[in-house]
Design a protein around this ligand. Structure first.
Ligand SMILES: Cc1ncc(COP(=O)(O)O)c(C=O)c1O
Length: 370
């Protein structure tokens, strides 16, 4: 029995090595057939209308903001309760994140807080499906429509989550995923952008590689580059080694999702009557993927001491982003403040054994009675 239960694990199926070796033996490591195949297979599995691959999720976000024309002087209405990448990618474009408040029960952007943040400078709205819990897409899309603003979904946590029966990424204007090491689907580092808009797709394909769509080049020509490059793009393309790893993960993604669902549902059954611990309130129309399991606790330092004392790793996942001076200082956001003060993660991943899950449940229930 492992003594210390870790918060995270990586999900790398056994056939990943063979998948990567095939690429190495073939000798084409750069963006190529595997990258294309990964995009095709992801589109099949999750019903993505168009799909672009990047070398990480932060790059997917930045590429998206660039392709939407977000630049210096512009504002993007965003959520402060997220990993900083959601908002640093806005800063990287020279624009400013303007923070709406969140819904305490889900950690997601609160649609009611968005309207008053929109100004003449607003270029887009971005929400995060925090922890794999889809945000209120109907409400946020309606706000976007009424102000003629695109809605960007940061779905870094949301492989396999569903909103109204549809996979995240299968609907919506533009949706950015992460394939970073601890995600349910991983390429060690990688990103995916799904979009329903063909023109945006073509634009994104150019931005991920120096402003040139690699698929439009003529590899049989002695001079395959286009005559002209008229947009300044990035070097954010995904290579075939990463794509091969992603393809192996994708073959097993339902196993990873299934195990997390079992554990997540067990936590919800066993911990729903606690009085010092509050669980995420999932809306009826979503299916979460349990990428992480955040909870609200009455006394976070005491909870952390108690769980770590039992050999169970717990961590504060994210702090409200406006506490960091790069974002311009603290705003008045009451629900964000509450969540920032009391949220913590307990372990959830496909490697947890049944007895470890039981130890975690018992540990939380013991804390509840302290
Ligand atoms: C909400 C959110 N957005 C964006 C990212 C950035 O993804 P990546 O690490 O692949 O760059 C992360 C990373 O975990 C994240 O949690």
């Amino acid at each position: 029995m492992r003594d210390y239960i870790r918060l995270w694990s990586t999900f790398v199926p056994e056939d990943t090595g063979a998948s990567i070796m095939e690429v190495i033996s073939y000798g084409w490591l750069n963006t190529g057939e595997k990258e294309l195949l990964l995009r095709q297979e992801l589109s099949k599995k999750f019903n993505f209308p168009h799909c672009v691959a990047t070398n990480n999720g932060t790059a997917a976000l930045r590429t998206t903001f660039a392709a939407l024309g977000v630049g210096p002087g512009d504002e993007v209405v965003s959520t402060p309760y997220t990993f900083i990448a959601t908002n640093t990618s806005i800063l990287e474009q020279g624009a400013t994140p303007v923070f709406a408040d969140i819904d305490y029960d889900t950690f997601n952007i609160d649609p009611e807080s968005i309207d008053s943040k929109i100004t003449k400078k607003t270029k887009a709205i971005v929400g995060v499906h925090y922890g794999g819990t889809p945000f209120d897409l109907d409400a946020v899309r309606e706000i976007g429509r009424s102000h003629n603003l695109p809605v960007v979904e940061d779905a870094a946590h949301s492989w396999g989550s569903k909103y109204k029966g549809n996979y995240i990424g299968s609907t919506g204007h533009v949706v950015c995923f992460s394939l970073q090491a601890i995600k349910i689907l991983t390429t060690a580092d990688g990103g995916i952008i799904s979009t329903s808009n063909e023109e945006l797709y073509e634009n994104l394909q150019q931005y991920v590689w120096y402003g040139v769509d690699r698929e439009q080049r003529d590899p049989s020509s002695i001079d395959p580059m286009p005559d002209q490059i008229d947009k300044l793009g990035f070097k954010y393309n995904m290579n075939d080694v990463a794509a091969a790893m992603g393809l192996a993960g994708l073959r097993h993604v339902d196993e990873a999702l299934g195990r997390r669902k079992e554990i997540g549902e067990e936590y919800r059954r066993e911990l729903s009557n606690c009085s010092r611990v509050t669980l995420v309130q999932y809306p009826d129309n979503v299916v979460p993927n349990y990428q992480i399991f955040p909870i609200h606790v009455a006394d976070r330092p005491q909870f952390a001491r108690h769980m770590e004392g039992l050999g169970i790793q717990v961590r504060v996942n994210n702090r409200r982003n406006d506490r960091y001076s790069i974002f311009g200082g603290l705003r008045d956001l009451p629900s964000t403040k509450r969540a920032d003060d009391d949220a913590i993660l307990i372990p959830i991943h496909a490697d947890l054994t049944e007895s470890e899950v039981q130890r975690i449940v018992d540990g939380v229930n013991q804390y509840d009675k302290l």
